[in-house]
Write a protein that binds this ligand. Structure first.
Ligand SMILES: CC(C)(COP(=O)(O)OP(=O)(O)OC[C@H]1O[C@@H](n2cnc3c(N)ncnc32)[C@H](O)[C@@H]1OP(=O)(O)O)[C@@H](O)C(=O)NCCC(=O)NCCS
Length: 148
């Protein structure tokens, strides 16, 4: 089946939200995705045979970009699609002249950290007690960066 990456539009948000709510304990809201599109962040959806399987949102700075969100539908995870999606957005950032991509990730997010490390990201910082967790305690954010 064909893997296609295309720009996200407002009409994709409902499907994106379905995946987002499936894979995140603290999902982005409708408003978050609308704001991202309105802010002209680079928002992409990945399709496999016309079915949406993932998406990503990249915020552009002058010579740096920040990966704000990336997700692959639960049923499609661990088949290489996350790596493919991330590689595509990194290539696009490079083509836009960005020199570095940064991101922050929950310290407990083993799959995402595994993906980022496998793509060459390194830890560049730590924000203690940054994210809320269910039992009202907090969780560290790991800051990671990749020089393009
Ligand atoms: C992170 C995520 C996008 C990875 O997508 P994916 O398509 O499942 O990942 P891939 O199949 O491309 O895996 C690429 C690499 O990531 C790592 N990885 C992926 N899933 C993993 C898991 N469950 N446990 C450990 N490492 C994992 C591995 O290094 C893997 O390489 P390998 O298969 O050769 O070992 C996906 O797990 C996801 O959507 N998670 C929920 C949303 C999220 O946490 N996003 C990141 C927010 S910062």
């Amino acid at each position: 089946m064909n893997f296609i990456l295309r720009d996200m539009t407002d009409s994709d948000i409902a499907s994106v939200l379905q995946i987002e709510r499936q894979i995140h304990l603290h999902p982005w809201t409708l408003g978050n995705f609308k704001d991202a599109l309105a802010s002209e962040y680079i928002c992409k959806v990945a399709e496999l045979g016309e079915k949406m399987i993932g998406y990503t949102v990249l915020m552009q700075g002058v010579d740096e970009a920040e990966l704000l969100d990336i997700g692959i539908a639960l049923s499609q995870q661990r088949q290489g699609w996350g790596r493919k999606l991330l590689q595509a957005i990194l290539t696009q950032a490079q083509e836009l002249g960005k020199q570095r991509v940064v991101l922050e990730v929950r310290a407990s997010n083993v799959p995402a950290i595994g993906l980022y490390l496998s793509m060459g990201f390194v830890e560049i910082g730590l924000r203690r007690d940054y994210y809320p967790v269910e039992n009202s305690s907090r969780e560290d954010a790991i800051l990671m960066g990749l020089v393009l």
